[in-house]
Design a protein around this ligand. Structure first.
Ligand SMILES: [Zn+2]
Ligand SMILES: [Zn+2]
Ligand SMILES: [Zn+2]
Ligand SMILES: [Zn+2]
Length: 218
């Protein structure tokens, strides 16, 4: 249940037991206090995991819920925990302050695997930090940064132009559809008008023929 992956305590047995969590038996990580009579203390992670399966304090069995946990933020406790000495299990450096360990990993641990600073411009080198300086002397991407950067931004600008053009094409297509529909409606109307006119001409022609025929009969 320990969350101290990456370091081990220096002289762990000499660390005061009052600073240790009884669940993981390690110095507290993000300590919390319970509302038990004796205000028992645990790492937040340890007690939260415990409360998923139980609803009482592991030390005194008093009913306990995760809402009852109070973070311990007193400077004296936080400082003492931060100042505990640890050894980096990756590079073996010892005497580091626990509170500084994340900085050690992020910025100086020589054994941590890092990527080339030119990874943003596609250098795929990755290796332990201690080899980075050597790589940078030979990295073929970093010297090309100004050229690659300008190509990347040019490419970006072109992509924007293409997407703008495709937006315009869509609008144009919609407009054309609209014009086509209007045109069809217009043609249909013309057709109707034309056939109505033809019909009325036909009717008058027929009545003319009929009347002529009648005149002949008379
Ligand atoms: Zn713990
Ligand atoms: Zn308790
Ligand atoms: Zn290290
Ligand atoms: Zn590189």
């Amino acid at each position: 249940m320990t969350s101290n992956i990456g370091y081990e305590y220096v002289n762990e047995e000499s660390i005061n037991h009052a600073l240790k969590c009884t669940i993981c038996d390690q110095p507290f990580i993000r300590p919390v206090s319970t509302n038990c009579k004796k205000k028992h203390k645990f790492c937040r992670h340890c007690i939260e995991q415990w409360l998923k399966r139980n609803s009482s304090c592991p030390k005194c069995r008093q009913i306990l819920h995760s809402e009852d946990l109070i973070s311990i933020t007193e400077d004296i406790v936080v400082d003492v925990l931060n100042e505990l000495r640890v050894k980096c299990t990756a590079c073996g450096q010892t005497g580091l302050e626990r509170g500084d360990f994340n900085n050690h990993i992020k910025h100086s641990c020589p054994s941590i695997i890092v990527t080339c600073p030119a990874s943003d411009i596609k250098c795929s080198w990755t290796g332990p930090r201690r080899q980075l300086d050597n790589h940078l002397k030979r990295c073929s991407y970093e010297p090309l940064r100004p050229l690659i950067s300008s190509l990347v931004s040019e490419n970006q600008a072109l992509k924007e132009q293409v997407s703008q053009l495709s937006r315009h094409m869509k609008e144009y297509h919609r407009e054309m559809q609209h014009i086509k529909e209007q045109f069809h409606q217009y043609i249909n109307r013309l057709d109707r008008q034309h056939s109505e006119t033809a019909q009325s001409r036909h009717v008058s022609a027929r009545s003319l023929i009929t009347s002529t025929y009648q005149n002949v009969l008379i």
